[in-house]
Design a protein around this ligand. Sequence first.
Ligand SMILES: Nc1ncnc2c1ncn2[C@@H]1O[C@H](COP(=O)(O)OP(=O)(O)OP(=O)(O)O)[C@@H](O)[C@H]1O
Ligand SMILES: [Mg+2]
Length: 280
Amino acid sequence: MTDLTIELREVSHAYRTAAGKLPVLDNLSIKVPKNSFCAVVGPSGCGKSTLTRLVSGLMIPDEGQVWLSNHQVTSPRPTVGMAFQNPVLLEWRTILQNVLLPMEIVKTKMTKDEQMARARHLLDLVGLTGFEDKRPSELSGGMRQRASLCRSLIHRPEVLILDEPFGALDAFTREDLWCTMHDLRAEEPFTCLLITHDLRESVFLADQVIVLSGRPAHAQHILNVDIPAPRTLDDLYTPKAVEMLATLRHEIQVAQGRSVAEPAAKPAAHARGPIPGAMG
Ligand SMILES: Nc1ncnc2c1ncn2[C@@H]1O[C@H](COP(=O)(O)OP(=O)(O)OP(=O)(O)O)[C@@H](O)[C@H]1O
Ligand SMILES: [Mg+2]
């Protein structure tokens, strides 16, 4: 049997709003094997961030179950690492002190020296050696996001949850960070759940891409990305990757209600146009 890190079993959830109940997730089932990378895409407002709150235990679903490493999630899990679109780094701390922050909250067997060595090692892996003693405002947006990734990995989380972490970055910085993600995982495997609007990002990074339907969302389509490691950005321009991107784009359009649910037509070479990438 596959060792699962994340499992959602028929999860349904609704928010209670002033206007009444807002059903957001409907019978959503997801399986993410240990040390694999799962990307989730779907229309805006379909419930992707809600999904991250359920996996991290910040919310408990109305129906169904969420499991993390064979434990049912019933309260917030400190062993989860999270990074968001806007890295919230503390300005009164240096970059090194920011990276070490989770160690003040999470129970650990690491000694202070080990924590320091690990923080420096992670910063080195993401290219931030020499910036340990800077303040967040002295770094670029991409550098701050790199530091934020180190902070979310410092305590060896059982799962890293990324909610559009690269969304605010320019295209080249974003691609750089995709490669950094691969480097980090090659050095030290971890399970990752990525929420993104960028289909190229999902195909480049993930082992499986889950397309959520419109709200209330279920898993409308699961794409297995069988591009072998190590992946390079050139892999995104192969016919196989282009076909996967076309499939995802089609599924997103179905989820948005713009297209009927039928298999994506293979784009004719002359009519292919720009590679399908960011949604919208
Ligand atoms: N705390 C809340 N109370 C009430 N409604 C909420 C709450 N949080 C989110 N919602 C609503 O639930 C729906 C799903 O929100 P969610 O943030 O999960 O969507 P999303 O897929 O992450 O969207 P986006 O792609 O724009 O980030 C939205 O309609 C949103 O307005
Ligand atoms: Mg969101």
